[in-house]
Design a protein around this ligand. Structure first.
Ligand SMILES: *[C@@H]1O[C@H](CO)[C@@H](O)[C@H](O)[C@H]1NC(C)=O
Ligand SMILES: *[C@@H]1O[C@H](CO)[C@@H](O)[C@H](O)[C@H]1NC(C)=O
Ligand SMILES: *[C@@H]1O[C@H](CO)[C@@H](O)[C@H](O)[C@H]1NC(C)=O
Length: 377
């Protein structure tokens, strides 16, 4: 416990120091023109969407693992205007630590399932961690599937298997309220690995390496924790986040190398999830959320989905020395109505309104599906 506490203190200090140098993972990238056209036609004219619930089993609590796409952790990393549109009156698990102006996809999923938005492990006093049936969010901004993934060498964050170990060994005593078998396990990770650890490696080989880590993660949650219901996010066209566009210079093009690697990883991920669903028991449900499809659609035709700007961040100025948009209390910030119409809130993360669109198109099954379901009919 002492070690964890010390580490946490250190990590907070470090976080403060480096907060503005954070590069983060995300959901975004390569506009797939032909597919987009097809999807849009389907979206507007296609058959009625399935209104069946996302999960057949009932879930009562949520555990979250991953990166800044779902983190709710260290408030020092995300001062205002992050969290600026968090709904008034929702004080529990307030917006601190989210890389967003409001709800993340994990928050929105919890609300949709009518279960509590889980508290963040990284902002809790570890001695007082109690479950109370409210779930826990272990996600840690900047890290990923691989132990070494992080934006720069000494950046403090928890790789995903460490997050699972925090769950297994962290809190002194888990009790029946943890409801591990009746929980949904939200996993949103991989973007940081692609952005910070690919480094010119063969994308196919690298994708397999990441896939193998994802397989280990699922196996651990299944065998050691007892998880049966999973919600797994794939990675979006990362090369198209504002930071990566800006890095390309005046043309502000998407980084195609990253986009190709993201597609490759998603392909392996599908295979890993299918394999997992085959070896797990009948009560196991894995829902995959196709972030890549969603953001390819939104980036290709933002106005079709009610968005006005798919390229610029709402908050931040470009800082050459850091190679990223810096968003903080003194940065230019777009207006409330613009925040509703922009896809990106900062240089790497989506707005609450883009996250809302994600949830809508997930619930109606445009981007979410149960892995292996078609095979069991
Ligand atoms: C999935 O399982 C098949 C059959 O066991 C195996 O050949 C393949 O390598 C697995 N794929 C991944 C990505 O683990
Ligand atoms: C998005 O916003 C940026 C910065 O304000 C602007 O330069 C760009 O033209 C906008 N794009 C669209 C499609 O309005
Ligand atoms: C906020 O961002 C600006 C512009 O990038 C930077 O000059 C300033 O130091 C930042 N402020 C803090 C408190 O980090």
């Amino acid at each position: 416990m002492g070690g964890v506490k010390k580490r946490n203190k250190k990590s907070r200090k470090n976080a403060k120091k480096v907060a503005w140098r954070l590069f983060l993972s995300i959901i975004l990238g390569l506009p797939v023109v032909f597919l987009a056209a097809g999807y849009i036609i389907n979206y507007f004219r296609g058959p009625a969407k399935s209104m069946a619930p996302l999960f057949e089993s009932s879930v009562h609590v949520m555990y979250v693992f991953g990166d800044s796409t779902v983190a709710a952790g260290d408030p020092l990393m995300t001062p205002r205007p992050f969290g600026i549109d968090w709904p008034e009156g929702v004080t529990k698990n307030e917006p601190n630590g989210r890389f967003c102006n409001g709800y993340t996809v994990a928050d929105l999923l919890a609300k949709h399932l009518n279960i509590p938005i889980p508290q963040s492990y990284n902002s809790l006093d570890k001695k007082k961690v109690k479950l109370e049936g409210t779930g826990i969010n272990f996600a840690s901004a900047g890290c990923g599937l691989l132990q070494d993934t992080r934006p720069f060498a000494k950046f403090q964050c928890y790789p995903i298997l460490d997050q699972v170990h925090q769950m297994l060994y962290g809190p002194k005593k888990w009790d029946a309220k943890a409801r591990f078998d009746e929980a949904v396990y939200v996993i949103s990770v991989g973007g940081n690995d692609l952005m910070f650890s690919l480094n010119g490696k063969d994308p196919t080989v690298f994708a397999r390496q990441l896939g193998s880590e994802m397989g280990n993660l699922l196996k651990t949650l299944y065998e050691q924790v007892g998880g049966r219901t999973y919600f797994v996010n794939n990675v979006g066209p990362l090369g198209c986040i504002p930071n990566n566009r800006e890095r390309s210079g005046l043309e502000k093009k998407c980084n195609q190398e990253l986009n190709v690697a993201a597609v490759e990883y998603n392909r392996v991920l599908d295979e890993v999830l299918l394999n997992f669903s085959r070896i797990s028991d009948d009560s196991t449900v894995v829902v995959v959320a196709d972030s890549h499809k969603l953001f390819s659609l939104l980036l290709e035709s933002p106005t079709m989905f009610g968005f006005s700007n798919a390229t610029a961040p709402c908050c931040g100025v470009w800082v050459d020395s850091k190679g990223m948009f810096e968003c903080n209390g003194t940065s230019p910030l777009c207006s409330k109505s613009e925040r509703d119409g922009y896809i990106f809130f900062d240089g790497a993360h989506t707005t609450a309104s883009a996250n809302q669109k994600f949830l809508e198109l997930c619930v109606d099954k445009t981007i979410c599906s149960v892995v292996g379901k078609q095979l069991s009919i």
